[in-house]
Design a protein around this ligand. Structure first.
Ligand SMILES: *[C@@H]1O[C@H](CO)[C@@H](O)[C@H](O)[C@H]1NC(C)=O
Ligand SMILES: *[C@@H]1O[C@H](CO)[C@@H](O)[C@H](O)[C@H]1NC(C)=O
Ligand SMILES: *[C@@H]1O[C@H](CO)[C@@H](O)[C@H](O)[C@H]1NC(C)=O
Ligand SMILES: *[C@@H]1O[C@H](CO)[C@@H](O)[C@H](O)[C@H]1NC(C)=O
Ligand SMILES: *[C@@H]1O[C@H](CO)[C@@H](O)[C@H](O)[C@H]1NC(C)=O
Ligand SMILES: *[C@@H]1O[C@H](CO)[C@@H](O)[C@H](O)[C@H]1NC(C)=O
Ligand SMILES: *[C@@H]1O[C@H](CO)[C@@H](O)[C@H](O)[C@H]1NC(C)=O
Ligand SMILES: *[C@@H]1O[C@H](CO)[C@@H](O)[C@H](O)[C@H]1NC(C)=O
Ligand SMILES: *[C@@H]1O[C@H](CO)[C@@H](O)[C@H](O)[C@H]1NC(C)=O
Ligand SMILES: *[C@@H]1O[C@H](CO)[C@@H](O)[C@H](O)[C@H]1NC(C)=O
Ligand SMILES: *[C@@H]1O[C@H](CO)[C@@H](O)[C@H](O)[C@H]1NC(C)=O
Ligand SMILES: *[C@@H]1O[C@H](CO)[C@@H](O)[C@H](O)[C@H]1NC(C)=O
Length: 643
């Protein structure tokens, strides 16, 4: 204990010395890498963005016509490194009549002809984090048993991009800022078990291991960090408090890692070498008092390299690392310094999930200091209750940039909100950009569209509608035809995996196949309320396990052919590109899992999938045996905590 305290103190002294040393100096990232080998606490002054000398090539806004040179050269490495995991995965998926080895022998030296895979994790608060975690665990070859027959482990290793939005950004952000850890490790007591949602965000994390604060200290820590930022002249919003609070749950570092930046992921050795996919976090632009629909939102993305948008309104990117710098008409004035540390990792996750800012407004704990309450009240007076979901990006990196089309070109602050506010709750925009040329997107939907908190396709409908304005806001993106939500419910497209865009000749341009994976009860009623603020570890694990089953169809117990069909989905665009004859099993898969164009728009009665318990009766004793203990667990937990 004494030793631990001492080493922490030394680490602290070390970091303070490093930070002070660095004021005004070129940042030496190699130094930070040596200090801690995860996403890195590389901000010059903890949570407070600070001035540094600009690099010799001064950061500037880049037009969005192409991918950044950094992303392009990263992609070359990444695409090559997906080949082996993809070959292994496809081999395990056992596609009858398809010779994996000879196909890879013929095409495997040219990564660009091979499948290019993206994963997308929707919003939906902690439900989305946990259901998405089950999916990512299923896709991760490092998860126990995930490479056995009937499972899908290796899909994560074969993917190029992993996008997250709101609750999904907590999942993606948490995994990538923690050295691309596994869901198993995050939830296992042996390795820290740092996803502790049993204590609500109002209470702060339990005092153990790396977390040293009681509730009152937790609030004063958050308050101090945010006040320091404000005192240094930065605009703050509720999102600053929210992002700090989130960090205590999602970033495995003392005090929620105030110096961890999202851009530091680009210095992770595994990322540099292209051994892991690229994380992308999504938020929407929204000015105060505006409302958004998918047809008029500007969708922004954060990657470790860049922040910005492909949308024709703004159509520009800045280096994520230098957010906070005073870009004017695309340039930082020559007498200005550059800013670092604005892209705090928790802040980025907070920006993507601002709908949950209102969690903070419900706080009613005696532990909260009057100054903390006063600070929140002041912000609310400034922005108004209706705009409490706004995150301030000040100065606006796109100030006087693309003035004719950029609606915020004359605003000194760029205001961003939760990525789901335009109803596009699955972060698909970054993944359907033609420049990224993805072939297939596994879209995990944990939305609460229905009154019973299950998804009903609303997010896909919103993205589809936006794509119809292909020369406008859609800007050349192509998206499969998507039927209305009544059809989703009437045909059960949200009760089993469904493919959209199977027939490329029906699409308005080259675009990926969408594998839609809607949250559905297999072993647990995972439709926990979006605004449930705490979840104990047994319920957490049950939702994760259910999420694993959603994407594997209960390890292929619900449909034995499912893993093969995942293989066909992965391969389909690539087979077309290489003029390869389809294995007949893939024809069967497509006739089973593709939406066949049927529409039934009559208003359904409502949507309530069978509960775990009745589905057990339906599915017979084999399933009962497998899920028995979990079903019992479910009964114990749901009764107590569903809202
Ligand atoms: C990060 O993960 C890599 C690959 O698993 C491992 O080699 C490295 O030791 C990890 N670093 C830390 C600090 O845990
Ligand atoms: C990717 O693989 C191809 C073919 O093996 C090779 O020519 C190319 O140099 C590789 N690219 C990178 C960045 O490793
Ligand atoms: C592969 O599929 C074939 C036919 O569908 C089946 O007979 C065989 O047992 C499967 N192999 C494995 C390893 O699952
Ligand atoms: C993995 O599979 C083995 C053998 O089938 C089984 O005993 C074990 O419980 C499984 N582990 C998990 C975590 O499912
Ligand atoms: C969390 O951090 C602790 C202390 O650095 C470390 O021992 C543990 O392995 C980490 N857990 C995960 C899942 O990264
Ligand atoms: C937003 O609307 C409120 C109430 O109508 C008004 O007081 C406020 O000035 C508006 N804010 C902006 C930035 O337009
Ligand atoms: C977007 O469209 C909606 C509905 O037509 C409208 O209420 C809103 O003001 C528009 N917002 C913007 C930013 O144009
Ligand atoms: C940013 O630069 C512009 C143009 O030089 C200047 O007018 C403005 O005051 C600067 N803003 C800040 C916050 O430094
Ligand atoms: C919050 O605190 C106020 C008193 O400050 C009390 O009247 C109210 O009932 C509390 N609300 C909740 C939900 O506990
Ligand atoms: C911004 O201001 C300039 C100059 O005052 C004006 O021409 C332009 O239309 C304004 N742009 C927007 C989007 O308001
Ligand atoms: C689908 O979800 C939307 C958004 O919440 C809702 O308005 C609509 O009534 C739902 N429709 C069905 C059939 O569930
Ligand atoms: C299409 O997008 C453009 C550019 O954002 C917009 O001006 C136009 O109103 C949109 N058209 C429709 C029909 O939504």
């Amino acid at each position: 204990m004494i030793y631990y305290g001492l080493s922490l103190l030394l680490t602290w002294v070390f970091l303070v010395v490093v930070a002070q040393d660095r004021q005004g100096l070129e940042i030496d990232t190699a130094f930070a890498i040596e200090a801690v080998k995860r996403a890195f606490p590389d901000a010059p002054n903890n949570y407070v963005p600070a001035a540094v000398n600009c690099p010799s090539t001064r950061p500037a806004v880049r037009g969005a016509k192409t991918l950044s040179p950094e992303e392009q050269s990263w992609l070359e490495k990444r695409r090559n490194n997906t080949i082996d995991p993809m070959k292994d995965l496809l081999g395990r998926l056992n596609i009858t009549g398809f010779d994996i080895n000879s196909w890879f022998a013929a095409h495997g030296t040219n990564a660009s002809t091979l499948p290019n895979i993206g994963l997308a994790f929707s919003g939906g608060g902690y439900r989305a984090l946990m259901n998405g975690a089950g999916a990512i665990a299923a896709f991760d070859s490092r998860t126990n048993n995930s490479t056995s027959s009937g499972h899908l482990g290796g899909l994560l290793q074969a993917s190029t991009y992993v996008a997250g939005l709101s609750g999904g950004s907590w999942l993606v952000g948490s995994i990538f800022t923690n050295n691309f850890t596994t869901v198993t490790d995050i939830t296992s007591q042996n390795t820290g078990d740092f996803w502790q949602f049993g204590n609500s965000i109002f209470k702060g994390p339990p005092k153990s291991g790396i977390q040293l604060l009681n509730t009152a200290q937790y609030y004063s820590n958050i308050y101090d960090e945010v006040s320091n930022k404000e005192d240094a002249g930065w605009h703050i919003s509720l999102t600053d408090f929210w992002g700090r609070a989130l960090s205590f749950q999602l970033i495995n570092a003392t005090d929620g890692g105030p110096a961890y930046t999202f851009s530091s992921i680009q210095d992770d050795p595994q990322f540099i070498s292209g051994d892991i996919p690229m994380p992308i976090i999504v938020a929407d632009g929204r000015a105060p008092n505006q409302t958004l629909i998918s047809g008029n939102s500007t969708v922004y993305e954060f990657t470790p390299y860049e922040f910005g948008t492909f949308d024709p309104t703004v159509f520009g990117f800045v280096p994520t690392r230098y957010l906070g710098s005073n870009f004017t008409a695309g340039q930082i004035p020559s007498n200005d310094k550059c800013i670092r540390g604005f892209d705090n990792a928790g802040f980025v996750m907070g920006v993507s999930s601002t709908l949950f800012n209102q969690f903070l407004l419900q706080i009613n704990s005696t532990s909260i200091s009057p100054s903390f309450k006063k600070a929140l009240t002041k912000i609310l007076q400034d922005v108004g209750e209706d705009n409490n979901d706004i995150a301030d990006i000040y100065p606006n990196p796109f100030y006087h940039y693309n003035s004719l089309s950029n609606p915020g070109a004359n605003a000194t602050t760029l205001t961003l909100v939760d990525g789901g506010e335009d109803l596009q709750n699955i972060p698909l925009q970054p993944l359907i950009q033609p420049e990224r040329s993805l072939d297939v997107i596994f879209a995990v939907d944990s939305s609460a569209d229905t009154t019973t908190y299950w998804p009903n396709g609303t997010s896909l409908v919103a993205t589809y509608q936006r794509s119809l304005n292909g020369t406008g806001i859609g800007n050349g993106t192509a998206f499969p035809y998507i039927p209305d939500q009544n059809t989703f419910v009437n045909l059960g497209l949200n009760t089993r995996p469904t493919f959209f865009g199977c027939n490329t000749s029906n699409m308005t341009g080259p675009g990926p196949l969408i594998v839609y994976l809607a949250n559905y009860p297999y072993v647990f009623n995972s439709n926990v309320s979006t605004f449930q603020d705490s979840t104990n570890n047994t319920e957490r694990n049950a939702v994760i396990e259910n999420g694993y089953d959603v994407v594997t169809m209960g390890n292929a117990t619900t449909d034995a052919q499912w893993p093969v069909c995942v293989g066909c989905a992965i391969l389909s665009r690539s087979l077309e590109r290489t003029n390869t004859t389809w294995p007949s099993v893939c024809e069967q898969c497509f006739s089973k899992f593709c939406w066949d164009g049927t529409v039934n728009s009559t208003q359904p009665e409502g949507y309530a999938p069978p509960t775990t318990f009745s589905s057990l009766k339906v599915n017979g004793s084999a399933k009962l045996k497998r899920v028995g203990p979990l079903a019992l667990l479910a009964a114990l937990v749901t009764g107590a905590s569903m809202m």
